[in-house]
Design a protein around this ligand. Structure first.
Ligand code: UD1
Length: 310
């Protein structure tokens, strides 16, 4: 039987483009829906154009989402505003994209009898509770509009799984890093920003004391997690943390980058960001029990990034 199409929303973005690229390599038929708000066509330039269908459009428009969903068997819903501070600045604008549009995706998936939707959730749903590491069974308590939208999206996804039979898997990403994470916006991921600055010989700016820590996970491991849960029989209806289970502070990141580039740039400290979480660390036993094994260490991932920037 012919393989059906897989839709990747946000497929021109950082994580989405890596998912699309890997699916194409595995010979799946891939369609991307992206409005190029933060995504870029150059992110998918390495994919032969005859192997991929790219629809330029907005997930906030249900008619567009329905057109994109036609004939799809699986959906990876990666399109979102990835920035926590952006949601603090503009909660209504963010909600339209990070929550209301998720409902568009789910509803279109129901209408078109999509088999399974895999959702880009977030560790932000845990909020700033001090208990570490975070387990999927722990209570959620998001402290930003971003975290609330990601939680509302996963709840609605599970509702569609139970009530409408659209299989749904939520992956709670911890801090994803790797190539194609755009450093040019202040709303981007901290590693891409630090890397870009250190590469130019400019000291990184740390919001706060730099002791805050994150569970940084390489994008290739995140892609592997997505592909694993796409067809795994024990994944439907569940939520999984996607983190290495290792905490790294921002000071450590700055130090590692200095080390790898042979520099000694002292970070500049500024006021902490409102809505920032202090520490974030994943318990990944649920996903590793399914067969996931994160491979790329922070140091290896940073070294690859530096090489790619050269
Ligand atoms: C990140 C992701 C979010 C994801 C979440 C899951 C991005 C942009 N955000 O949020 O999508 O859902 O992890 O855990 O990818 N910082 C600096 N200097 C800078 C930039 C940031 O000190 O120049 C600090 C921030 O104040 C924060 C830490 O670095 O303490 C991480 O910030 P950021 O990379 O934006 O990620 P999260 O807010 O953790």
């Amino acid at each position: 039987k012919d393989k059906k199409t897989i839709l990747v929303t946000g497929g021109c973005g950082f994580i989405g483009s890596h998912i699309a690229e890997t699916l194409v390599k595995k010979d799946y038929k891939v369609r991307i829906l992206d409005n190029l708000s933060t995504g870029k066509l150059e992110n998918i330039a390495a994919i032969p154009s005859q192997k991929i269908e790219v629809l330029l459009g907005d997930i906030t428009d249900i008619a567009t989402v329905e057109i994109a969903m036609k004939g799809c068997e699986y959906v990876f819903h990666e399109a979102a505003i990835a920035s926590v501070p952006k949601s603090v600045k503009d909660p209504i604008g963010t909600d339209k994209i990070n929550y209301a549009a998720t409902l568009n995706v789910l509803e279109a998936a129901r209408k078109h009898s999509v088999r399974r939707v895999v959702f880009a959730g977030s560790a932000a749903v845990y909020g700033d509770e001090p208990t570490l590491p975070k387990k999927e069974s722990m209570p959620t308590n998001p402290i930003t509009p971003y975290g609330v939208d990601k939680l509302a999206s996963e709840l609605m996804g599970h509702c569609y799984n139970r009530t409408f039979g659209v299989e749904f898997v939520c992956l709670r990403y911890f801090n994803v890093f790797g190539r194609r994470q755009d450093p040019s916006s202040p709303y981007s991921g901290v590693i891409s920003i630090f890397c870009d600055r250190i590469f130019q010989g400019i000291a990184p700016v740390i919001f706060g004391d730099g002791q805050q820590s994150r569970d940084f996970v390489h994008v290739s491991d995140v892609v592997a997690a997505n592909i694993l849960v796409m067809e795994h029989p024990d994944a439907a209806g569940r939520t999984f943390n996607v983190g290495r289970g290792k905490a790294t502070s921002l000071l450590d990141i700055a130090h590692l980058l200095n080390d790898l580039t042979g520099q000694n740039l002292q970070p500049i400290h500024k006021e902490p960001r409102p809505g920032d979480i202090r520490h974030s660390l994943a318990d990944n036993t649920a996903l590793t029990a399914l067969g996931w094994l994160p491979k790329v260490t922070i140091r290896e991932g940073l070294a690859e990034l530096i090489k790619a920037t050269q």
